[in-house]
Design a protein around this ligand. Structure first.
Ligand code: PEP
Length: 248
């Protein structure tokens, strides 16, 4: 808690069209959004510029992915430099859907995180265990391994937010209990303290993600090692405003 600013991301995934995006921007404008919380919306690439130009002041815009090269023969990809060119300052990397559906491995994600940071982006780096891994008591092994892969390539963590998102809680309506989430966040912070540095552990923000709603956000947000949320489904709905304001 202390000096770590609460940060709430909305991951729209592959949702939204101009009409629906207009409605989302309307409820964001209406707010009111707690000024002490950073708000970032993760927008499909095609709509980044539109949202960047129309989002209310204080709402930042993130891409949901980008590649690890500036330009070239990488059909279908976008680069950090392109994002900067259209004034987008954030990117979500390593989301479980990228890992699972698009087979992105720890190493590729680490390369992307490092390249995005080198090119001036801020990164929400996602980690989290599957149900099988949790049931096999491998949660911390997996979460630490995913973090370590990034730590191999990233030295300055100032512009990184970690999103801990248990895969079994994403889009399932099965939220981790506040105690379950806090346990992982605390253990991860301890791991970061010993494997990276106590300073990084104290300052890095760790979001929880996985079926966060207006109904459960306050209790989750009051846990000492939970510094915000990454929100999927509920970020498309007006209740996102309540989630942004969870700490108020
Ligand atoms: C997500 O996509 O990062 C996410 C947490 O989704 P949901 O809130 O819908 O579970």
């Amino acid at each position: 808690v202390g000096t770590r600013k609460f940060v709430v991301g909305g991951n729209w995934k592959m949702n939204g069209n101009k009409k629906q995006i207009g409605e989302i921007l309307d409820f964001l404008k209406k707010g009111p959004l707690n000024k002490d919380t950073e708000v970032i919306v993760g927008v499909p690439a095609l709509y980044l510029e539109h949202v960047q130009s129309n989002a209310p002041e204080g709402v930042m815009v993130a891409a949901q992915n980008c590649y690890k090269a500036e330009k070239g023969a990488f059909t279908g990809e976008i680069s950090p430099q392109m994002l900067k060119d259209v004034c987008v300052d954030w990117v979500i990397l390593g989301h479980s859907e990228r890992r699972q559906i698009f087979n992105e491995c720890d190493e590729l994600i680490a390369d992307k995180v490092a390249f995005a940071l080198e090119n001036g982006l801020k990164v929400i780096a996602c980690i989290g265990e599957t149900l099988e891994e949790r049931e096999a008591n491998k949660t911390m092994e997996v979460v630490n391994r995913q973090t370590a892969a990034i730590a191999c390539k990233v030295k300055d963590w100032t512009n990184v937010v970690i999103a801990y998102e248990p895969v079994w809680a994403i889009g399932t309506g099965k939220t981790a209990t506040p105690a379950q989430a806090q346990e992982v966040h605390k253990a991860l912070r301890e791991y970061i303290a010993q494997s990276i540095s106590p300073d990084v552990a104290a300052s890095i923000r760790i979001q929880y993600g996985g079926s966060v709603t207006a109904a459960n956000c306050k209790e989750l947000g009051s846990q000492p090692d939970i510094d915000g949320f990454l929100v999927g489904g509920a970020s498309l709905k007006p209740e996102f405003v309540e989630i942004v304001n969870a700490r108020q």
